[in-house]
Design a protein around this ligand. Structure first.
Ligand code: GRF
Length: 203
């Protein structure tokens, strides 16, 4: 029996996707489920930005979508907002949280509610270039490869245990936009694949 603090332990895996932006990774995950390549369902999509594209993506796939006002801080949720997020995720029977462009650091309420059950995708080959706009740093520092990383979320910034990575080349004539596009195309393959490993207990 589940205690109140436990995440639901019954398969199939139910994803809760959190994002602040356009939602292309969310779309890739939903498409992969729709195509029968990923054996999971999405219980709810949540955003801290009222008009984020990710909410429209959810609607297009007929998935419940909800905006949760983040409160007064710029880089994290107010505790009451984070507790509300836990509540909404539980209401929708979520047992694996997927960060897909969610621009706030998660704290105790979420980390305690979903221990080792929160994944993130980051646009660099971690541990290189954590933080925002990592592809710009890769260009600035003259790297010859860039890429993306799926990792578990802990209380640091892009610091959790690495699950998988995909590399992309950097070309001499790359702009921040062209490199970011190439990285995102790699993300759209890597994230559903990494979630698949988790779902099948193969990590
Ligand atoms: C991705 O590039 C991801 O690496 C980063 O935020 C971006 C989200 O893009 N964490 P999208 O909203 O999934 O299109």
């Amino acid at each position: 029996m589940n205690k109140d603090n436990d995440v639901p332990s019954v398969e199939p895996v139910v994803l809760g996707i959190l994002g602040s932006g356009k939602g292309s990774n969310c779309e890739a995950i939903l498409q992969s489920i729709h195509d029968g390549e990923l054996d999971a369902r999405v219980g709810v999509v949540i955003s801290d930005v009222p008009d984020a594209g990710i909410l429209d993506v959810a609607e297009r796939f007929s998935v419940p979508a909800q905006y949760i006002p983040p409160g007064k801080f710029a880089t994290r949720l107010e505790t009451s907002a984070e507790e509300k997020m836990v509540h909404v995720l539980r209401q929708h029977e979520v047992n694996l949280v997927i960060l897909a462009g969610f621009m706030r650091v998660l704290k105790e309420p979420m980390l305690q509610a979903f221990p080792r059950r929160i994944l993130n995708i980051h646009p660099s080959l971690l541990p290189k270039h954590p933080g925002r706009e990592a592809w710009k740093l890769a260009l600035k520092e003259g790297d010859s490869v860039a890429g993306c990383t799926v990792h578990y979320v802990d209380d640091g910034i892009d610091s959790g245990e690495i699950i998988g990575q995909a590399e992309v080349d950097i070309f001499e004539d790359d702009t921040p936009e062209s490199l970011h596009d190439r990285i995102q195309r790699a993300e759209h393959l890597l994230y559903p694949m990494a979630i698949g490993y988790f779902v099948r207990g193969e990590l």
